[in-house]
Design a protein around this ligand. Structure first.
Ligand code: C5P
Length: 212
């Protein structure tokens, strides 16, 4: 069983994906970490002319040890990720890694931006998780503050809006809601309610597929 979860930054998709994975006993891949890892490797070279070549090489050489979430959660790394994610060769290099993860026996849960539209177009369940930018900025500010990495709400909101805009216009991306995705807006929900809603959608979709 493959569950594909897409949506913008801090929409709740990562937490929902992790909890659905635990619920169904499936492995989980946060695909944002792949782009963040490439972004971090390129963070001092973002304006270099040879960024595409170097970023593609970094994506091709990516190793599981590069994917430590604790080292990749800084807002600057997210911005760098958004920059390198516009390079088609980077997306191509990371595509196989994601597909291999999805196709492991038993299946998997993947969350990102183009899982339902590009990576796992045949996923058993597709969810698109969203929330208002203010709500997402508040959540991300609180998450970082809880880790002792203070950031102002206004700065986070500006950054989330800029990243949304860059992602929406990503020439190499497919960051739209898949036709067969179930939409879930978590703006008015806490994480428990969001997980319950996502689980209900997933179970109904799976029941539908098995004719139950
Ligand atoms: O989800 P997260 O905030 O970690 O993603 C960081 C950036 O990586 C996104 O803003 C997006 O530009 C890029 N990304 C992507 N495709 C994915 C996941 C993330 O292009 N599947």
């Amino acid at each position: 069983m493959i569950i594909a979860i897409d949506g913008p930054a801090a929409s709740g998709k990562g937490t929902i994906a992790a909890r659905l994975a635990r619920h169904f006993g499936l492995p989980h891949l946060d695909t944002g970490l792949l782009y963040r890892a490439v972004g971090l490797k390129m963070i001092d070279r973002l304006d270099d002319e040879d960024l595409p070549e170097r970023a593609i090489a970094a994506a091709e050489a990516l190793d599981k040890s590069d994917l430590d979430p604790e080292k990749l959660d800084a807002p600057e790394v997210a911005i760098a990720a958004s920059r390198v994610s516009r390079i088609e060769g980077v997306r191509a290099a990371l595509r196989q890694f994601q597909r291999d993860f999805a196709l492991q026996p038993g299946g998997a849960v993947l969350d990102g931006r183009d899982i339902g539209t590009r990576i796992c177009t045949d996923a058993d369940v597709k969810l698109y998780i969203t929330a208002d930018p203010e709500v997402r900025a508040r959540r991300r500010t609180e998450q970082l503050q809880a880790k002792g990495r203070p950031i102002r709400f206004e700065d986070m909101l500006a950054q989330i809006e800029a990243r949304d805009e860059a992602d929406r216009n990503n020439p190499a991306g497919a960051f739209y809601v898949a036709e067969d995705a179930h939409l879930l807006d978590t703006s008015e929900m806490d994480i428990e309610a969001a997980f319950r809603a996502a689980l209900a959608i997933a179970e109904a979709a799976l029941d539908g597929r098995s004719g139950g």
